[in-house]
Structures are given as C-alpha cells and as structure tokens.
Ligand binder design. Sequence first.
Ligand code: ZN
Length: 269
Amino acid sequence: MEIIFYTLIFIIGILFGSFYTLAIYRIPKKQDITHTHSYCPKCQHKLGFWDLIPLFSYIFLGGKCRYCKEKIRPRYFIIELISGIFFLLIAYLWNFDLENLQVLKLIDFCFFILYFTFIVLMAGIDKESKIIDKKVTAYGIIISILYMIYLYIVDETNIYRYAMYLLVYIIILIIDNITLRKYAKDKYTNGIILTTIIMAIFSGELCTYMAITLVLLTFAICILCKKIYNKKNHILKENIGPKLPIGFMLAVADIIIFIYILLCNKFLI
Ligand SMILES: [Zn+2]
C-alpha cells in the first residue's frame, strides 16, 4: 500500500514539474500558462497526449520533437525528475503515510507544494532570463501571507515575527513602486530581498541564513578566481563577465539545506 502511495506522490511531483517547465518558458514571454495548448517552440506543432507524458515522453522520443526532430532541451526532463524526487523526499521525511494521515500534515504538505512552485519558477526564470519575475514574486507574497495566517491559527506565538515580515514586504513594495519607478531601473535587488523573506517564512530563518552564506561564499570564490585569472593573463581592465543568477543560486542552496536539515532531524535526533 505504501508503495502505491509514494508512487502517487512521485507522479504528482512530475506532473507539477511538467507545469513548471511550461511556466518557466511562457511567463517571461507573457504568454498564457493555463489555456493555450502545449506546442513545440521550434515548429509550433501542437503536442499530442503521447508527447506530454512527463519523463516518459522525453525518454521514448529520444529527447527530440516528434514532428521536426529538433532536440528538446534536457532541462524539461531534469526539472520533472527533480520535482518528482523532491515531492517523494518531503513526503518520506515528514513521515507522510496513508494510515495515519493527519489533516495538519496534509495542509503543511500542500503549503510546501505551493512554496516549491514559487521557488522553482523564480529560479528557472532567473536562470533563463536573469530577472526576478514580478508576477511570480506577487504569487510568493500571497502564499506566504496565507501561510502566516495558517501558522498563526495553529500556533499564535509567532505574531511579532509575522508582523515584521509583513512590514518588510510593505516597505520594499513601496520602494519598488514609488522610488524605483522614478529613479532607477535595478529592481533585481528588491526581487532578491523579497525572495529571501518568502524563503525564511517557508523554510525557516536558519535555512535561509545558511543559503545566503553559501551563496555569498560562492560569490567570493568566483570573484577571487576571476582576479587570479585576470592577473595571470595580464588583463588590466576589469571585465565584469556575465551576471550571476542570484535567485537561482539562492533557490538551489535553500532546497539542498532544507532537505539536509530534514535528513538530520529524521536520522540524527
Ligand atoms: Zn518541433
């Protein structure tokens, strides 16, 4: 029975993964993500049922479009697989099983799916287009406010913390809408700050601090390597190089540390 349950969780995970790949491709292009039928980006051919089965279609089609034989980027396969594994891991680490399925655990799991959706879309779009998408951030803020309300109902001791989070949201949104609209174009930093607050609410402050530290360390190492490279090759002019997708890096660090903390809780304590 447990195997069927976990298989079902994995299938739900890869189905979500399939939606993520579509959303990451369409949101930056301002295309509809719910009504328009899936199509091949190269030949524009509408995809049939057998082309749309997560993981399996990619394997059976040999990573190519059935109609124009254009290579399908492995990103689709990887995101579906990671999302399936992630759903499975969370269900397992949270001791999720059918026999003693508690309502609160189920609600927690649903909220986590909503959070994972936010983190994957934010990271995917950042990696592809180097932007923190506003619609995705707005979605993240809405689900985190709902989550705060839920946590307050379950355990009201955290009210001051939530109030502080809300205040930071409001301040950043004001800066974003009034100041930046007038004077500056760099909204990336604001997007990153909002993202870290959403991360702290869902994956916890410890996990977020560790993720930020890890990203800063990676940054420092990258800059150091570049300096050494420039010195060795006698490049005097600082070449800025490609912009690093900080949102993507934060998301990867956050998810890895989150799973690591859950693993420690399950097996070490
Ligand atoms: Zn095609």
